[in-house]
Design a protein around this ligand. Structure first.
Ligand SMILES: Cc1cc2nc3c(=O)[nH]c(=O)nc-3n(C[C@H](O)[C@H](O)[C@H](O)COP(=O)(O)O)c2cc1C
Length: 170
């Protein structure tokens, strides 16, 4: 599968089969995060791979009871180890860095036949307590990772002309 296909075929997966992920596939997914670009190549991140059933169940509760999260083989929790820096453009560095890394994870997973779903609806304090994450570390996103038990159809997107303009903002 090439990148275009992965981009085109990826869906948010909200149903998972009860099957472990081969360790070489998990390694490839994590390698995609490791190789992702970051501001000044600082790589101020940590990815917690949660396999423990009890912790996955607790994360599900912390994430607005979205039950499918705990059904996946693992949950990846994307953390920023430095959350103060703001770039000259005014954007916080860590949300941008972690979002890129998560996107790499999602596309690599897609190539491997694995499902993901960006989870933004979670209580950060609860997630931090469950996983022993230090106070100064921020949790940017979670994703379940596992074999999909559904094949959702594509969600609608805006038309190209509504989101792209050339040379001047229109
Ligand atoms: C920042 C962000 C937060 C999201 N949070 C959740 C979430 O908490 N739960 C969920 O089921 N999906 C969540 N999603 C997934 C979106 O609903 C999904 O990407 C969107 O509906 C488009 O569908 P698709 O991913 O299948 O193309 C989130 C996506 C993003 C980018």
């Amino acid at each position: 599968m090439d990148v275009s296909q992965a981009v085109k075929n990826r869906r948010s997966i909200r149903s998972y089969v009860s099957k472990d992920i081969e360790s070489d596939k998990l390694d490839l997914v994590l390698e995609a995060a490791r190789l992702a670009p970051s501001a000044s190549n600082r790589q101020e991140w940590k990815f917690i791979v949660v396999k423990d059933k009890d912790k996955k169940a607790k994360l599900t509760i912390a994430a607005s009871n979205q039950g499918f999260i705990g059904d996946a083989a693992v949950v990846i929790v994307a953390c920023a180890t430095e959350a103060q820096a703001v770039m000259r453009c005014g954007q916080p560095r860590y949300t941008v860095d972690l979002s890129i890394a998560m996107s790499f994870i999602m596309l690599q997973a897609q190539e491997l036949g694995l499902g993901t779903c960006w989870i933004g609806a979670f209580d950060e304090a609860c997630v931090k307590e469950i996983l022993g994450i230090p106070d100064d570390v921020r949790v940017v996103a979670l994703t379940p990772l596992g074999y999909p038990a559904e094949e959702p159809s594509a969600k609608p997107r805006k038309n190209m002309e509504d989101i792209v303009c050339f040379d001047t903002y229109k």
